[in-house]
Design a protein around this ligand. Structure first.
Ligand code: EPZ
Length: 439
């Protein structure tokens, strides 16, 4: 394991006292900017990306893209410039691509522009099997051949003429409403010949955000953010000095909102877009959490003896309850009065983390891969726990800071993949958290 992967967080809990106070500023969205980096491969000229979060997954994405022979300059904090040369390697580096699932979004633009791409089966979190049939079937529909060889996928477009489009437009129905599946095929279709229609796309706002930027640079994409996306192939795009500005991270905003609800006297969450987490906000308000909203800010506050009532949650594509907030919300539910069903409909492995919460004193019963019941309120006690993935990692931080006693959270590398300098930002609002290297 690399050094950075041997770090732990040591957290001394508040034992249920809601003492945190202050404000956090939300960074650019991981699940928007990774796709934006991939989209730069559709451009003839250089592309500037702004408000880029300095997180591990961005470092991983930059390393993969540089490994293809693409120039990526980090101009300053949060500002990157990408310039694609005439020819690049079309083989994603195995080791690093396996480290995070999002590397797969590069395959669409590379295949569409250069006529071929090879990549390992993407790795990432342990939240589920993470099949890639939507991508492979989509590429075949766009006129490519798919071959498996030594744990790699080799995709080759049938069109090999160097001056004409490598792929042809197609009508694609997504078997499952896959977020990166829709986004990857949408990007490939920008360079395909003719019209592509993608049906059963999920409505996640990051897809519309991406399409809006591509359209401002010459693409012809209609319906992004709805379940039917129509793309007319236009050929390479030109930024002509336009910069991509990463939108605020709705999952980070939601994570801090949940943290504030269980541990803060008053917490301001700045530079966020409350409209993108209405499902969470309405759910927390239903439980009795005091939340005030303004255009780019959320304020959550609580009195010492506030009691929250429990409620069931069921994860769903946008605008439903986000699966990426299920783990932090499950921790919140351990502090509410009553019994709640947590129904994780999207990933079959995303409730595995509850076993560690039970070891911290939570009263949770896992019925099957998709359903658990949480009884509360429970006083949690500090333990040594392992973060299995990005979002469960943050859920353990929330559990540790409301627990009685000290917790040690391993694999903070996972948390760093999705949240920039989270320990520094938490210390600023009163959390007793220290990052330590494992000796
Ligand atoms: C995106 O992942 C996000 N990642 C995930 O965030 C998020 O949890 C997920 O969407 C759902 O909202 C990025 O945007 C980089 P899916 P993605 O394809 O696109 C099945 C985080 O913590 N499926 O929408 O990989 C799949 O197994 C991450 O920030 C297939 O069956 O998720 C799952 O059950 C985690 N075949 C369902 O679709 C496929 O080919 C939804 O997954 C693709 C997906």
């Amino acid at each position: 394991m690399e050094q950075k992967e041997k770090e732990v967080f040591v957290i001394n809990g508040l034992a249920g006292n809601k003492k945190l106070n202050g404000s956090v500023v939300i960074n650019g969205a991981k699940n928007a900017v990774l796709q934006a980096f991939a989209a730069t491969l559709l451009f003839q000229d250089e592309v500037v990306l702004k408000n880029v979060p300095e997180i591990e997954d961005v470092k991983n994405m930059v390393e993969i893209i540089r490994g293809l022979g693409v120039s990526v300059e980090r101009r300053s904090r949060g500002v990157y410039v990408v310039k694609v040369p005439t020819n690049i390697s079309t083989e994603l580096a195995k080791e690093i691509s396996k480290k995070f699932r999002a590397s797969i979004v590069l395959t669409g633009p590379i295949l569409a522009r250069f006529g071929k791409v090879s990549f390992p089966h993407p790795g990432g979190c342990v939240i589920g099997a993470r099949p890639i049939d939507i991508f492979l079937n989509g590429f075949e529909a766009l006129g490519a051949e798919v071959e498996e060889k030594e744990e790699s996928h080799l995709i080759k477009a049938k069109g090999t003429n160097p001056t004409t489009p490598k792929l042809r437009g197609a009508r694609i129905f997504l078997r499952v409403p896959s977020v990166t599946g829709a986004q990857t095929l949408m990007m490939a279709a920008v360079l395909a010949r003719g019209k592509t229609i993608i049906k059963n796309a999920p409505l996640e706002p990051e897809t519309k955000n991406l399409a809006d930027f591509l359209n401002s640079c010459g693409a012809k994409i209609k319906g992004a953010g709805t379940s039917v996306i129509e793309i007319i192939g236009t050929g390479l795009l030109r930024a002509k000095g336009r910069a991509y500005k990463t939108p605020p991270d709705r999952i980070e905003a939601g994570s801090f909102l949940i943290l504030g609800a269980v541990a803060a006297e008053k917490l301001e969450i700045k530079n966020c877009n409350p409209e993108e987490i209405e499902s969470l906000i309405e759910t927390l308000r239903y439980c009795g959490v005091k939340i005030e909203l303004s255009k780019n800010k959320i304020v959550v506050s609580s009195e010492k003896n506030d009691k929250y009532k429990s409620t069931d949650i069921k994860t769903h594509e946008y605008p439903g309850f986000p699966t990426d907030l299920q783990a932090p919300m499950t921790v919140f539910l351990t502090q509410t009065e009553g019994e709640a069903l947590v129904f994780e409909t999207i990933f079959e492995g995303r409730l595995n983390f509850v076993n560690e919460l039970v070891r911290m004193g939570a009263d949770i019963r896992l019925w099957d891969q998709h359903r658990a019941t949480v009884k509360g309120p429970s006083l949690l006690h500090g333990r040594e726990v392992e973060s299995p993935d990005i979002r469960a990692g943050l859920a353990f931080v929330i559990a540790a800071l409301i627990a009685n006693g000290q917790s040690i959270i391993h694999n903070v590398y996972y948390i760093d993949r999705g949240y920039e300098k989270v320990d520094e930002r938490l210390r600023k609002i009163g959390v007793d958290i220290v990052r330590q290297a494992l000796v």
